[in-house]
Every structure is written in structure tokens, then in C-alpha cells.
Design a protein around this ligand. Structure first.
Ligand SMILES: [Zn+2]
Ligand SMILES: [Zn+2]
Ligand SMILES: [Zn+2]
Length: 111
């Protein structure tokens, strides 16, 4: 399978980076601003030459999450409803959900 290009600071093959590098930090996120995959929010901050923009809710059907373990792309909606990759069953870092507001515009859900 063709590998997606993932930008990241010292990113490894499973998209871990200098900021997040535990066993379960395997996902990369596509940013709405540049439609490019970055290993994490901080990688975008360090490497991109523009401020990040969030996915609007109408676009949550877009494939914007990459499992670094098996290269499967998930939609934002899919990703939010699972705690492991539906394809290779690798666990995702649950704490990533704390960062949803950095990537996704969650205006309708008031959590
Ligand atoms: Zn960007
Ligand atoms: Zn990073
Ligand atoms: Zn996977």
C-alpha cells in the first residue's frame, strides 16, 4: 500500500514524533488549512508557515486521520467513535480526545 506523506519533527514510520512517542501515539492528523498530514499539533506549529485551522463540522465525513500502524485513513467521525483502529486494532491514545478542539470545530457539542 502506498504510504501517506506525514510531516513531523523526527517522525518515525508509525507517525510518532518528537512530542508524542509512546506505543499508542500512532495516528497522524490532516490539517484543514493545508490538507497535509502532521504527526501532531505541535509539529504543525513548528513546521508549517501558517496558523492551523480547524475542520468545520460539515466536513467531519472527510478522511483526516491516518493510522500510522496500517496506513488506513479514517474519517473524523469514525475516529471519534473508536478507541482503536478498526482495521489493525492498534490502540489509539485516548488522551488525544482532549485535543479534539485543536483540530475539529466542535461547536454543536457543548462538552
Ligand atoms: Zn496547515
Ligand atoms: Zn509532534
Ligand atoms: Zn491501523
Amino acid at each position: 500500500m502506498e504510504r501517506q506523506k506525514v510531516n513531523g519533527v523526527k517522525a518515525d514510520k508509525q507517525t510518532r514524533c518528537a512530542h508524542y512517542h509512546t506505543e499508542i501515539d500512532v495516528i497522524a492528523i490532516k490539517f484543514y488549512c493545508c490538507k497535509e498530514y502532521y504527526a501532531c499539533y505541535y509539529c504543525h506549529e513548528e513546521l508549517a508557515d501558517h496558523p492551523p485551522s480547524k475542520w468545520p463540522e460539515e466536513q467531519f465525513e472527510s478522511k483526516a486521520i491516518l493510522c500510522g500502524n496500517c496506513q488506513t485513513e479514517l474519517t473524523i467521525q469514525e475516529y471519534m467513535s473508536v478507541s482503536r483502529c478498526p482495521s489493525c486494532h492498534h490502540s489509539f491514545n485516548e488522551r488525544c480526545s482532549l485535543h479534539y478542539p485543536l483540530y475539529f470545530d466542535m461547536k454543536s457539542s457543548s462538552r
